[in-house]
Design a protein around this ligand. Structure first.
Ligand SMILES: Cc1cc2nc3c(=O)[nH]c(=O)nc-3n(C[C@H](O)[C@H](O)[C@H](O)COP(=O)(O)OP(=O)(O)OC[C@H]3O[C@@H](n4cnc5c(N)ncnc54)[C@H](O)[C@@H]3O)c2cc1C
Length: 418
């Protein structure tokens, strides 16, 4: 290892150290992964985060069952990403199996669910996070929570605490792993975008991904159904038809099935248009079979009762048919069946970025070297969700965050050894 005379964080002289230094800003999965790789290679790593503790969004991801990665073959896995070209080398170097090995090393062996998704045995993020933080401490990583990066001027980084305490860092290399812009209360607020753009870093606009969409429900519908699941449905959006689950919210519709159409919907909304999607409220039955059932005599039943018995519709599905503009449902079985199989729903826009699962856009591949170093800020590397890639839920987000964290760390190692 090189012996270097460095400055301390306040700019003062420090005794000679026998390692090179790397400052990591952002203590989510990408930053923590980078800290692991660098500290195992003997680099003196200090990791900073503006929040009072590390990995807050990761902990949130574990709330509903931490979907760490996916078990499908790598070739298929990579097709899930938009902008996959520049992610592929990072994920090939740190593929899903490597993330599963890391989890096992941390005492959280993984298992594959029926959908192919991979989960840690506890389903939670906290045991994984605690074990990783312990391992980093044992490897000599220093943790500095409560410090926000406010500017960069290579080789200097300027940080400040809430109380106004300033830090000026002069590390030998730096990794920025500042996350996207969703759930800002967990720390990732996307404010780095303006800071880096001022240093000629090309940034694609940050947009909500894996997010809900707004629908103008009536007050009565919201009161009755906000929070209700739509279990067995399918959606047709443009030329794509998929089955899955969604949920009604006070402002619209969300859930895995809806998230999957994100890239298509984003394009339409970017052109300032509302989008009409079509819900198939009975995906497991053909139009013809439905029409036959609906041809039964009604025998004085209310519309809701008839639809429940003849078409197997829930009260929520019946209310949806009314919400979609059909106060008086068609009487003809063929037309009614067609409506149940393709109910139009107007989406007026994406839900706010702050409520999205992830962020599309970010630091563009053209701004980075192959090693994820910023071309306009030599010695500064970037990783995680702040990069311009997008993927559906299913473990692809965390896999890319960990893999790019490892990739940026290897880039920093090569840079430091020059
Ligand atoms: C509700 C929810 C559920 C999710 N579930 C899953 C899931 O099951 N599977 C999956 O693959 N993905 C899931 N995700 C997405 C996943 O959590 C993120 O993609 C992942 O955390 C991104 O990691 P990251 O390290 O790039 O960024 P982050 O985890 O966002 O970490 C970035 C860190 O940088 C810090 N920071 C930001 N700006 C500054 C600054 N200026 N100065 C100092 N520090 C700063 C932040 O405080 C934060 O700690 C979920 C997300 C949400 C919101």
């Amino acid at each position: 290892m090189k012996a270097l005379m460095t400055m301390d964080e306040n700019g003062g002289d420090k005794s000679p150290r026998d390692t090179r230094t790397c400052a990591i800003i952002g203590g989510g999965p990408a930053g923590l992964m980078a800290a692991d790789v660098l500290s195992r290679h003997g680099i003196a790593v200090t990791i900073y985060d503006q929040m009072p503790s590390f990995g807050r969004k990761f902990l949130m991801a574990g709330r509903g069952g931490l979907n760490l990665t996916h078990s499908e073959p790598l070739e298929a896995f990579l097709t899930r990403y938009q902008n996959a070209d520049w992610l592929a080398p990072a994920i090939a170097a740190f593929p899903p199996d490597s993330l599963r090995e890391l989890a096992a090393e941390l005492g959280e062996p993984t298992f594959t669910g029926s959908s192919g998704r991979v989960f840690p045995k506890s389903f939670k993020a906290s045991p994984f996070l605690r074990a990783l933080l312990r391992r980093l401490l044992a490897q000599g990583v220093e943790f500095r929570p409560g410090f926000r990066l406010i500017d960069v001027a290579p080789p200097t980084l300027h940080l400040a605490s809430k109380s106004g305490e300033g830090l000026e860092l002069h590390p030998d290399a730096a990794i920025l792993a500042l996350g996207g812009a969703s759930w800002p209360r967990l720390g990732s607020d996307g404010q780095w975008a303006a800071m880096l753009a001022a240093h000629q870093v090309e940034i694609a606009p940050l947009m909500a991904a894996n997010c809900g969409y707004c629908v103008e429900w009536s007050a009565n519908f919201i009161e009755r159904f906000a929070g209700a699941p739509l279990k067995t449905i399918a959606i047709r959006c443009m030329d794509e038809y998929r089955r899955g689950e969604a949920m009604i919210t006070a402002s619209g519709i969300e859930g895995g099935l809806v998230y999957g159409f994100g890239p298509k919907l984003r394009q339409s909304f970017a052109q300032g248009k509302d989008v009409v999607i079509h819900l198939d409220l009975r995906p497991d039955i053909t139009d013809k079979a439905l029409e036959t059932s609906l041809s039964r005599p009604r025998n004085g039943q209310s519309a809701a009762n008839f639809l429940r018995k003849a078409a197997g519709l829930t009260p929520l599905s019946v209310a949806l048919l009314h919400e979609s503009g059909f106060q008086h449902l068609p009487k003809e079985p063929q037309i009614l069946a067609a409506l149940i199989k393709a109910m139009p729903l107007r989406l007026t826009g994406p839900a706010p970025l702050a409520r999205a699962i992830s962020t599309a856009g970010g630091v563009m591949s053209s701004a980075c070297t192959d090693a994820l170093m910023l071309k306009s800020l030599p010695g500064f590397f970037v990783a995680g969700e702040m990069l311009d890639w997008d993927a559906p839920t299913g473990g692809y987000l965390l896999q890319a965050a960990f893999a790019t964290g490892a990739k940026a760390a290897h880039g920093a190692l090569a840079y430091l050894s020059k």
